[in-house]
Write a protein that binds this ligand. Structure first.
Ligand SMILES: [Zn+2]
Ligand SMILES: [Zn+2]
Length: 156
């Protein structure tokens, strides 16, 4: 495992955390759920093992939100300022989708893939050569082998 760690925090600073390794993969999701939940054009999610998020301070509320798929989705927010720090999908407690915008240096984790581009806002242009899909994608074809192994480990 790499020794590099990546710091982040909520808007008020009560929640401080560090990612203790690089994530498995980074999604830029342009789906309508993500647009509505963020109030913005897309969400940036770094997929990482829950036990690789070292939370140094603060308390989180886990807020269940409705989804098109009906699968559970909880958003973890600072109890003070309600900044969304990460999500849990499908009740998989060992996996977190960390909001890249809460990192001290969000540019450090560029998206590996753009998904649900069918609802991408028309004035958002994607860089040439980036992986992009109208809906979801086949992670077995896109993820590096070590990331697939990490995901297998958290799903068992
Ligand atoms: Zn806060
Ligand atoms: Zn989405």
């Amino acid at each position: 495992m790499e020794t590099e760690t990546v710091p982040g925090r909520c808007a008020c600073g009560a929640v401080q955390y560090r990612l203790q390794s690089r994530p498995m993969f980074v999604h830029c999701c342009h789906c309508r759920d993500c647009q509505r939940q963020t109030g913005s054009a897309f969400v940036l999610n770094a997929l990482i093992e829950t036990d690789r998020i070292a939370q140094a301070s603060g308390e989180l509320d886990a807020i269940a939100v409705p989804t098109d798929s009906g699968r559970p989705h909880r958003i973890f927010r600072c109890t003070h300022c309600q900044t969304a720090l990460w999500s849990e999908y499908g009740g998989v407690a060992k996996l977190r989708f960390v909001r890249v915008g809460t990192l001290d240096e969000p540019a450090a984790l560029a998206p590996d893939v753009h998904i649900y581009t069918r609802s991408k806002l028309p004035w958002v242009s994607l860089p040439p050569g980036v992986s992009a899909f109208e809906a979801y994608y086949d992670s077995s074809k896109l993820w590096p082998p070590e990331s697939l192994a990490r995901r297998r480990a958290v799903m068992t």
